[in-house]
Ligand binder design. Structure first.
Ligand SMILES: [Zn+2]
Length: 226
């Protein structure tokens, strides 16, 4: 049996024969009942739309002011990036870097990387660097803890009320919405994309074989190569 035809259940490690892909119907592990496959076509559409929406929400969240800083008697509204600069200047460099990575850098990498593979895959093309990008997504995912950090920041900011005040406007609501969207995006298992890529490659190989110049077994209408 081909090694690529086997999969392991991620919950109970049972070794199973890879189910044939069907447009509808999900597959569960016969031993523990864990979900092995969801219908990939429907899932792709949904997750692409959601990822795109999350990216726009992310831009709104970063572009609008979220805190009002009171520094030396001068009050100014600032975005999350501005608040990070203020944190840095206050001597909290480590916190600033950690917050920057988990609320800006890693979510941005994950969203753009997902779109980079999802959009071509939907069109039936495997983009260059596909394997590398999927690995990058798996790598940054555990670090993009935007929801946990948002809570942390809120608590911190509320406690430093003498220094800063949260502005309950566009950016804060965008962050709230983004937290929910990312929670759903994270439910998507990028490993399903390997299977879709396999199907695309197999389909393309079949088409190439069909379009290949006439073979010795070609029908009598065409002239066989000499
Ligand atoms: Zn199982």
């Amino acid at each position: 049996m081909n090694r690529n035809d086997l999969i392991a259940c991620h919950d109970c490690d049972a070794l199973l024969r890879k189910p044939r892909h069907s447009a509808k119907g999900s597959t569960r592990c016969p031993r523990c009942g864990a979900m092995l496959y969801r219908p990939s076509a429907v899932q792709l559409e949904r997750i692409t739309a959601l990822t795109l929406a999350a990216l726009f929400t992310f831009l709104i969240a970063q572009a609008f002011p979220i805190v009002e800083l009171d520094l030396n008697g001068v009050t100014s509204q600032t975005t999350l990036t501005g608040a990070l600069v203020a944190l840095w200047n206050e001597g909290m460099e480590l916190v600033a870097v950690a917050v920057f990575c988990s609320t800006f850098l890693f979510p941005l990498i994950e969203l753009t990387a997902l779109l980079y593979v999802l959009i071509p895959i939907r069109a039936g093309v495997v983009p260059p660097g596909f394997n590398l990008v999927l690995r990058a997504i798996q790598f940054v995912r555990p670090w993009g803890m935007i929801e946990v950090l948002m809570l942390g920041i809120l608590v911190t900011i509320v406690k430093m009320t003498s220094l800063a005040r949260v502005i309950p406007e566009a950016a804060l609501f965008a962050f709230g919405a983004l937290t929910l969207m990312l929670a759903v995006v994270v439910l998507f298992d990028p490993r399903a994309l390997w299977d879709v890529a396999d199907i695309i490659k197999a389909r393309r190989a079949r088409v190439e074989r069909m379009l290949a110049p006439a073979s010795p077994h070609a029908p009598s209408g065409s002239t066989p190569p000499q």
